[in-house]
Design a protein around this ligand. Structure first.
Ligand code: S0N
Length: 288
């Protein structure tokens, strides 16, 4: 017996979205699918192969926060504008001696905050990759939960070529994904890998023709959306827990607390406090 029928294949219709500040975006496009729980965040700097500057990252953080807080949204797509690049990493033109500087002259590496945000976000994030995902852009796709790649996608690290490196998630998660030897190869040699090589390495979940990229990604979103949001939420945090150390356990533990609050046992504790009486936990079994 099939639990679900076929995944709907109708075309998705995107509508522009804002966050609670009501301010628009310059470096990204933020959209939500009409009538379904999908948000799409697009890095919109195609003339720079979607390289990010601090402003881009600030806007990405705002959009991801909004998608997290919107209880109607269950899956988030991260992508880049155009077919040439998902993201080419930090904007090298703005790189100074203390990170990347734009609007106020201070250097920043705020993409690291974005990486953590995506890992902790209690909803799946899918990287939809056409063209180059290189440098810090490659790391962004790796911290996403799933990656759907177009046949023209190219993956690689460039840091050691341009005098930079990501010794955080960019190294540890890569090693987990493709194994320690291959991770060393990717970082030490700075080779580029095509989509089918990336699929064999375990870097991506699926490779599809470029013209089917969004259709296929939306199909994966719809399949996820049919499943239990709480199960997905807890699974995401449990899949990350070991690698994310105390912060990973905190996320997983937070989910346990969240669910415990819904039980009569937890409610008895709160109610007793509010009623200025001793809690009576005697009716709750100590399960084996
Ligand atoms: C992506 C590549 C391979 C595309 O080649 P293609 O198709 O031949 O296009 P180009 O002609 O090279 O590029 C078109 C225009 O876009 C500009 N451009 C491309 N990438 C960037 C970029 N990253 N920064 C600024 N400009 C970029 C080109 O200059 C060109 O413009 P015009 O026509 O005006 O010259 C190819 O473009 C390429 O190799 N790009 C550079 C890739 C790269 O080295 N990226 C930086 C790697 N480092 C990081 O990302 C570190 C950032 C990071 O995540 C991080 C992590 C941990 C700790 C710190 C950091 C941190 O933020 O530093």
């Amino acid at each position: 017996r099939r639990i679900h029928g076929d995944v709907p294949t109708h075309e998705v219709s995107w509508s522009p979205a804002l966050d609670e500040s009501g301010k628009g975006f310059t470096d990204i496009i933020y959209e939500k699918a009409v009538g379904e729980g999908i948000a799409k965040i697009t890095i919109n700097r195609p003339e720079r192969r979607n390289a990010f500057r601090p402003q881009t990252v600030k806007e990405l953080i705002r959009a991801f926060n909004d998608a997290r807080d919107d209880s109607y949204i269950g899956v988030i797509i991260l992508t880049g504008k155009g077919n040439d690049a998902f993201c080419s990493g930090g904007d090298q033109a703005l790189r100074g001696s203390d990170g990347y500087a734009d609007y106020d002259g201070f250097g920043r590496l705020n993409v690291l905050d974005l990486q953590v945000q995506i890992r902790r976000l209690p909803k799946p994030v899918i990287a939809m990759v056409a063209g180059y995902a290189v440098g810090g852009g490659h790391i962004l796709h790796m911290v996403c939960d799933l990656t759907i790649a177009a046949e023209n996608a190219i993956f690689g690290q460039t840091g050691p070529k341009v005098g930079s490196f990501d010794a955080g998630y960019g190294s540890s998660i890569m090693s987990r994904l493709i194994g320690p030897k291959k991770a060393r190869e990717m970082w030490f040699l700075c080779r580029f890998y095509n989509a089918s090589e990336a699929e064999k390495m375990g870097l991506v979940n699926a490779v599809v023709p470029l013209e089917k990229l969004e259709q296929e990604t939306v199909k994966w979103c719809r399949e996820i959306l049919r499943n239990s949001p709480t199960a997905i939420r807890v699974l995401k945090s449990s899949l990350n827990a070991v690698d994310d150390g105390h912060a990973g356990l905190q996320e997983l533990g937070g989910n346990a607390t969240l669910m415990f609050y819904g039980t009569d046992e937890a409610k008895e504790g709160k109610t007793a406090y509010m009623e200025h009486r001793k809690p009576d936990f005697s009716k709750f079994s100590r399960k084996p």
